[in-house]
Design a protein around this ligand. Structure first.
Ligand code: SF4
Length: 381
């Protein structure tokens, strides 16, 4: 399966963007034009000058040179909600594409959402597109009369959020997945969960659903690689998607930490695979990880299974604790990393000039349907 948003395949990432946004796309300011140092100097100035107009939202996985300009840091939903509460006209979303889309769905009509680099996508979100979901849905409807509730992780394209809005389904985050899945089973007999198989599997298992009642639908194989009999037996149909960052954590890494640093607590994100979450000491959302580590007593030691920028920042923030990445390979979200100071500066300059670039505009019809699913989630959680 292609990871369309990876740094090596940017063309695919552009395919997900609406036409208006593509027209607005401009390249960054080159290093020949402005050194890194000068970029930061001008950013300091424009950030101060346009403070009344621009709110900068920084996802936890952003690099430090972006976080220093963030008015608010948080996970994707928390940031979208912050945007809504802000009186400022421009929402500079330093995250990835699906997050900026969510902000555009929730924002007030007088606000404009900007993603400083339109190539900042999400490899997981790109693993499920509307055409594949429509096809899978038609197959499943043909195979079973059982009521299936579609649930999409918030890390998905707006068109998939619209799909669940139109099919009595709902959106979830890694913080509320358990509550949302419980709601889904109160309203249907089976669950179609996309795009992240691991969050779906880990959460359902935690809720008491055995693995033999879960199947995985792979859109690159005929009929998802499933038979009507398998679907009839299953309670949960998981989409074959995953986060390329969190899938980098392995059971071998946990074993090594246990052997070499037995005093260490292994804490991981539920986007990690089943073996990893089962063998970790604790698993939870990004906010859960942050709070857990912050509240731990001085002297505690943590091997953390999540994105490296956040791990390094936590280590600096809590010098009285030992905090390091579970993986020796420094798992970096390369698409999140595309938001660089010089891209941020290009977006600031355009706002100052009165013609914003890299604007995210979700189609109105998609927005209406997606909003149904988002509001349903907010009401449940
Ligand atoms: S960390 Fe994973 S899920 Fe999050 S934006 Fe990056 S690729 Fe997507």
């Amino acid at each position: 399966m292609a990871l369309k948003s990876s740094a090596n395949n940017l063309k695919g990432a552009v395919l997900n963007f609406n036409d208006d946004a593509k027209d607005d796309y401009l390249p960054s300011i080159s290093e020949a034009e402005l050194s890194d140092e000068k970029v930061l100097q001008e950013l300091d100035q424009l950030h101060g000058e346009l403070r009344d107009q621009v709110i900068v939202l920084g996802h936890h996985y952003q690099q430090d040179d972006i976080i220093r300009y963030a008015d608010v840091t948080g996970d994707s939903l928390a940031l979208a909600r912050e945007a809504l509460n802000s009186t400022r006209r421009y929402i500079m979303f330093c995250g990835v594409h699906f997050m900026a889309e969510t902000a555009d769905i929730l924002k007030r009509p007088d606000q404009t959402v900007i993603l400083p680099d339109l190539h900042a996508g999400c490899s997981m979100a790109d693993m499920a597109n509307r055409q594949h979901i429509d096809q899978a849905w038609a197959t499943l409807q043909e195979w079973t009369k059982a009521r299936i509730i579609p649930v999409t992780y918030i890390n998905s394209d707006a068109k998939l959020k619209a799909f669940v809005g139109d099919h009595d389904g709902v959106i979830c985050t890694s913080s509320n997945a358990e509550k949302i899945i419980q709601w889904a089973f109160e309203h249907g007999e089976k669950l179609l969960f996309f795009p992240d198989q691991h969050l779906g599997r880990n959460t359902c298992y935690k809720m008491g659903i055995p693995l033999d009642q879960m199947v995985t639908y792979n859109p690159t194989i005929w009929n998802g690689g499933l038979t009507p009999e398998q679907v009839a037996k299953a309670k949960v149909i998981l989409w074959y998607g995953y986060c390329s960052v969190h899938q980098g954590f392995t059971l071998e890494q946990i074993k090594r930490v246990r052997a070499e640093r037995p005093e260490t607590t292994v804490i991981v994100h539920p986007e990690c695979c089943f073996d990893v979450t089962q063998n970790a000491d604790v698993a939870g959302s990004t906010n859960f990880i942050i709070n857990y580590i912050r509240q731990a007593p001085a002297g505690a030691s943590f091997a953390v299974g999540t994105e490296i920028n956040l791990v390094n920042r936590l280590a600096r923030e809590c010098p009285d604790k030992t905090i390091f990445s579970l993986s020796p390979y420094q798992c970096l979200c390369t698409t999140m990393y595309r938001i660089r100071p010089r891209w941020l500066l290009a977006s600031y300059r355009a706002i100052k000039a009165g013609s914003p670039i890299n604007v995210i505009r979700v189609d109105e019809k998609i927005k209406r349907s997606a909003l149904v699913a988002l509001e349903r989630m907010l009401a449940i959680s």
